[in-house]
Design a protein around this ligand. Sequence first.
Ligand SMILES: C[S@@+](CC[C@H](N)C(=O)[O-])C[C@H]1O[C@@H](n2cnc3c(N)ncnc32)[C@H](O)[C@@H]1O
Length: 279
Amino acid sequence: MIKQTLIKILPRPLVSTISRVIRYGASDLVDAVTGRRDPLIPPKSLIFIGGPLFKEIGDEQLRIFREVGGLTPDDAVLDVGCGIGRSARPLTAFLSPQGSYQGFDIDAGGIKWCVKNITPRFPRFHFQVADVYNKYYNPKGRSKGPEYVFPYADASFDFVFLTSVFTHMLPAEVDNYLGQIARVLKPGGRALISYFLWNAESAALQAKGGGNIGFPYTFGNYRVRDKDFPEDAICFDEDFIQSLNSKHGLSLAPPVRYGTWCGRENALSYQDFVLVKKP
Ligand SMILES: C[S@@+](CC[C@H](N)C(=O)[O-])C[C@H]1O[C@@H](n2cnc3c(N)ncnc32)[C@H](O)[C@@H]1O
């Protein structure tokens, strides 16, 4: 109730930060004093990417990268929208000295934490800020998502992943990012990307009230949970995503691993995972 009132008068990211500090500040202080926090796990009040299950979700992501994406320890890896290192943490123990990791994100605070806490312990892990506008995550960003050029050479990576990133980006941005992913992948490289995908099954499940998230506002080929803050959560028509993959020369490696978000049972994870390959 107080949070909803604050959202009307203050920027959303600031309201989220305030509510995290109120909720977790005391336990962060206890962790700091007792020294019991894992140094690769941020204080809870800094975890802006949703939910307290930082370690559990990071471990699940690595399992999915290996089982679905075929990630191997020697891969050159790019983590697009790396947040505050949730996937990077388990990768520090998985990637071999021949492997490598690059991550970028538009949230300068998350990158700052990773640079300060992960890179000194694992110098092959590199993080950088992309100052791209996003109404929810980076409202003062100066670059535009539909024009942003990833700061990496062509054909640099074996494996690119995006977990819960295209679920916060608009269609023209996703279009450009898929083009950039195709550019930076090596021939034969793979990209594993999570989405909310709208198709006959997810539509039918949601019509019955399935799942814990809904997308009541439709705009052409996508739907959103909050029409004033579309980037809060975005669901794309599955056909649209497949047409973008084709446009950028990325071939689908079936099956799509549909998730539980819409009320589906016995799924791999919460979001839908799509694996694509560069021929
Ligand atoms: C829900 S968080 C997920 C973070 C991370 N992938 C993970 O699984 O922990 C969504 C992330 O997408 C990032 N993001 C949003 N738009 C972006 C863009 N245009 N480029 C790169 N990252 C973006 C946000 O800053 C945020 O860190």
